[in-house]
Each structure stands twice: as structure tokens, then as C-alpha cells.
Ligand binder design. Sequence first.
Ligand code: ATP
Ligand code: MG
Ligand code: FE
Length: 345
Amino acid sequence: WRVLGIESSCDETGVALVECARGVRPRLLAQGLHSQIDMHQAYGGVVPELASRDHIRRVVPLTRQVLRDAGLTLQDLNAVAFTQGPGLAGALLVGAGAAVALAASLGIPALPVHHLEGHLLSPFLSEDPPEFPFVCLLVSGGHTQLMWVRDVGSYELLGETIDDAAGEAFDKSAKLLGLPYPGGPHLSRLAEQGRADAFPLPRPLLHSGDLNFSFAGLKTAVMTQAKRLPIEDASARADLAASTQAAIVEVLVKKSLAALKQTGLKRLVVAGGVGANASLRAQLNEACSRRAVRVHYPELGLCTDNGAMIALAAAMNQEAGRGTPLPPLSTGSFEIRPRWPLEMS
Ligand code: ATP
Ligand code: MG
Ligand code: FE
């Protein structure tokens, strides 16, 4: 299978070409990504209408670029995959419309993909790919979930956040510290210069006995501390950044270990933007190595949204004999699913 993947659920347009064959590791042939961060930064968050319009501008040029980089033509494609949901409705429509139109014009199937399944499977494109079954810690801008993954398409939710996502906790705390959007990577960089034990911050639901998360209270605690800070005191800001990161990371690590214990599995897969966090990786690596648990991550560049994970998820589903491709040259009608739990995919 040679699959073109189109991601447009939020604020990055991602297009990529993945090759997948039975018994061989899936291979990323080429990819293109356009992030809209600069455009949304002035508003402190993603403006949906601006996002949709920018996806329209980017999707065709990116597709051309990816084919050129791979040295292939449209005729070399076997399918076109797209993010069907969850995400911003207008943004999803752009990628879905482009993918369905392209597939129809080529007489090949269009393959709808669940965005979170893309994140979850993205480590299969890494140098050290996982094997099924495993526990997945999915930590992105909009989701924080622990899942029992038995195989392609078999995802059981073990626990999730009851309010904010981990990425959101990073972003909102970063905003309180005056850092630009999205704040996760900025906060992480500032934290390197700070002391993680400088501020006492809550570890919400750490001892709740289940595998759920809550980060809204942490954000409020960070706000209280940030208000007291002299804004020009760089070292105090670094301390607060480090303390915030430590609180988020500790909860993520402890709950991941609890999920491994509960399932009896010896393999952990981390996915989503927060999976790029160096402190999270370091602490998970340490905790897992002490318990003889293997831990796998996506390549750093594939933690946040990208087209490669969408192409990959479609290809892996096809290979596993799963997924219902929209028939080629169908009526041209298609569906998006802005709200769509992964267990129901
Ligand atoms: P979803 O996939 O849930 O719809 P999303 O696509 O917006 O949400 P991702 O692209 O997976 O989420 O990740 C973006 C999030 O990851 C942002 O909240 C960002 O701040 C966070 N993030 C990225 N890099 C880091 C890092 N190094 N440390 C902490 N957070 C990070
Ligand atoms: Mg994004
Ligand atoms: Fe995402």
C-alpha cells in the first residue's frame, strides 16, 4: 500500500506518503507540514475560521511537494487517507474534501482515519517500533487518555482526563507565565533553568485509585502563584515553570505505571504532542527500565499533528483487513466527525 495522508483537524496542514507492505516495516517516503502557529499566535489560540481558510491554501501545494520529494506521481498512489475527526469541523471539511476529490479523480479509495488512532500508531514509524499489545499514554493538546491496545483497531479506554488535557495544562500555565502559544515547548525550555520543588503544586487525582486525570485545579494553583510573582523575576518564573512541569509529569508517569500494573502489560507507548516533552521521556524511561517495561515514542517530529500518522493508520488498517474504504468514484459525498470517541471507531 502506498497511501497519501492528509491531516487538517486543527492548526497544521500535514501531507505525507507512507508505504506499507505485509511483513515489512512501514516507511515514510516524504512529508510536508505547514503549521499555522504564527497566524494564530496573535489571538492566543486557534481561530477556527482562519484555520479552515489556511488549510485550503496549503493542501494542494503540500501534496505536490510531497509527491515531488518522493519522486512519484499521483498514479503511484493506492489510496488517499484523511482525518475524519475529531477536530474543528471546518478544518476537517477541507482535508476530507481534498482527499475524497483526489481519490475520486484517480479511481482509488478514500480512507477515513480517526485522528487519535493516528497519534496512537505514530510510534510504528520510529526507529524502535512497538509490538502489540501495549498500554498507550495518549497526551495531546485536546486529549489525555490511557488505553489498552490489543491490536490495530482494538482500543479499550482505561482512563482519561475529566477536565483539561495535559497539553492544555502546559499551554494554559505557559500563558500565565507570559509565554507564547502554544506554550508547552516554551514552558519546557524555561523549566530547564528552574527548580522543580520550588513551588508546592497539587497532583490532582494522583491517589484516586482509578486511571483518570484532572488538570484544571493545577492550572488554578499555577494562576495563584503566578499572580504573586514579580513578573521581572526570571528565576522565579523558571522555578514556577519547572514546578508546573514536574506536577504534570509526575501524574502522567504514576498513572501510566498504574495502568501497566492493572493490565499486567510490559510495554508502554507514548503518543501525542506532550510525548515530545524531555522531562516526561526521562522520567518514564527511568521508571520503566526499573520495571523491565519497554517504552516507545514517536520520532520527535511526529509527536504533534502530521500527515504521516494519518497515512500510516490507514495503511495499517488496510493491511489488517480493517476499515471501510469509501468506494472509488462514489457519489462524492463524505462525512466528517468533529466529535468522535476512539473506542467507537
Ligand atoms: P488533539 O490531538 O487532542 O486533537 P492536538 O492535535 O492539538 O490535540 P498535538 O498536536 O498532539 O495536539 O499536541 C499539541 C500539544 O502538545 C500542545 O498542547 C503543545 O503545547 C504540547 N507540546 C508540544 N511539545 C511539547 C513539549 N516539548 N512539552 C510539553 N508539551 C508539548
Ligand atoms: Mg497543533
Ligand atoms: Fe493531534
